[in-house]
Design a protein around this ligand. Structure first.
Ligand SMILES: Cc1cc2nc3c(=O)[nH]c(=O)nc-3n(C[C@H](O)[C@H](O)[C@H](O)COP(=O)(O)OP(=O)(O)OC[C@H]3O[C@@H](n4cnc5c(N)ncnc54)[C@H](O)[C@@H]3O)c2cc1C
Length: 395
């Protein structure tokens, strides 16, 4: 593909810039800058989502018939880039970019009519029930049992590490409907309302001090079979499809570019303060390396995501994006902590030593700690390498 932008695309970029200048509220920018978690606060994300929905720009990746845009891949990329550079938050992808593509591809017409508008408007806030105690990388060994009882399933067991389960009103779950064959063969994909009797949520606090993840318990939870996506025992196919979107359904390079800009500001502030800062040029070399790696990621991302345009799926190449995005983000986190040095201690740094301390500095160490999990969630780095070896390289 041609990776340069046409005059029309550059005009579009200006239009996006103008829209952001007039419509991105400062309190959303501030909340995004000081956020140290994977997702911004729910109310902040939903406030920004509502503004984008009104403009018709909330889900450029969706087909137009469901409320998406007819933008080219380059326009989608430029939109994402301008949003991040302006300090806008990432919309929470669980419903919008993970569940919605599965509903579009495998859901019934009624499920599409009923659920997609509620995901888009933010009326439904979803969480992802895949992992369980003992079923993470080896996801197919999951045990959450769904037993048939007339038109319903009775669900028993638990899900682990469920991000935002304490904030969500719905959960999409992988359940075991058959244990007789290969583990992959007896899995179904079920949608459950969190207020169904028998569903309960217990918090898990991370080492960054955040409450993001939870364990969700199911105690004789009655779920209508009409809440199942697709066919019974075919859920593994839908689950893998969703993971492609989780690992590579959006643009990460613009977000990383924004993080590199923040690192640049941190370095500039530190340089003013410390006369012999980076005397041996090691930090400058690491920053140069990050910029080179970012360029490579940007081109790979554009190449892969151009194939997603118009409702396709990212394919196993999404593992390349997940692997490299995580590596780059964690390298930026590490370098930021190195630059901050002793001022980053204790965990929530005061950073008094830096004049005109920008807001984002207090989130450097919490962000570093929180983002250690990026090489685990969505499938660990080792698992991504296994997928690349088998599915992309054919080894
Ligand atoms: C912050 C956070 C948020 C999360 N959010 C969600 C969520 O919302 N919903 C959800 O369903 N899950 C979520 N997860 C779970 C996540 O997907 C799992 O933690 C992940 O898949 C790893 O599974 P595990 O924790 O059971 O580790 P294990 O599978 O036990 O892995 C332990 C280690 O062994 C390595 N390993 C395992 N198998 C192999 C192999 N075959 N080859 C090489 N190395 C291997 C792994 O790379 C890892 O380093 C979240 C996790 C975290 C940390």
């Amino acid at each position: 593909m041609d990776l340069s932008f046409t005059p029309r695309e550059l005009e579009f970029q200006q239009e996006v810039r103008q829209f952001l200048a007039g419509n991105l509220p400062p309190h959303i920018v501030e909340a995004t800058a000081s956020n140290s978690s994977v997702f911004v606060e729910k109310d902040i994300a939903l406030a920004w989502q509502a503004i984008l929905v009104e403009k018709g720009w909330a889900v450029p990746q969706w087909p137009t018939e469901h409320g998406g845009t007819d933008w080219t891949p380059a326009q989608k990329y430029l939109f994402s880039k301008e949003c991040y550079l302006a300090g806008a938050p990432m919309l929470i992808p669980l419903g919008l970019l993970m569940l919605a593509p599965v509903i579009m591809a495998f859901g019934s017409d009624e499920q599409k009519r009923e659920l997609l508008p509620k995901i888009l408007s933010g009326e439904h806030y979803w969480c992802q029930g895949y992992s369980e105690p003992g079923a993470g990388s080896d996801l197919a060994s999951l045990k959450l049992k769904a037993e048939s009882d007339g038109d319903d399933y009775i669900v028993n067991g638990s899900k682990m590490w469920t991000t935002h389960a304490h904030l969500a009103d719905h959960i999409f779950c992988l359940v075991r409907t058959d244990s007789s064959g290969r583990p992959q063969q007896g899995i179904s994909f079920l949608l459950v309302s969190m207020d169904t009797p028998g569903v309960s949520v217990a918090p898990i606090l991370t080492m960054a001090g955040d409450h993001e993840v939870n364990q969700v318990f199911f105690d004789n939870v009655r779920v209508p079979k009409s809440n199942r996506i697709g066919e019974e025992n075919k859920g593994w196919q839908y689950a893998k499809y969703l993971l492609e979107f989780e690992r590579g359904g959006g643009f990460s390079a613009p977000r990383i570019q924004h993080e590199l800009q923040r690192l640049g500001k941190l370095v500039a502030a530190t340089r003013q303060e410390i006369a012999d800062f980076d005397a041996d040029g090691e930090i400058a070399r690491r920053i140069a390396r990050l910029h080179i790696d970012l360029k490579a990621l940007e081109i790979t991302e554009l190449r892969i995501l151009s194939s997603v345009s118009g409702g396709g799926n990212p394919g196993p190449e999404s593992s390349i994006l997940k692997l490299n995005t995580t590596r780059l983000e964690q390298s930026i986190n590490e370098l930021s902590v190195d630059v901050l040095g002793y001022r980053g201690f204790p965990m929530n740094p005061i950073a008094d030593g830096i004049p005109n301390r920008p807001d984002y500095i207090s989130s450097v160490v919490p962000r570093y700690l929180n983002n250690r999990a990026a090489s685990i969630f969505g499938g660990s780095q080792e698992v991504q390498r296994n997928i690349i070896a088998k599915m992309v390289l054919g080894l």
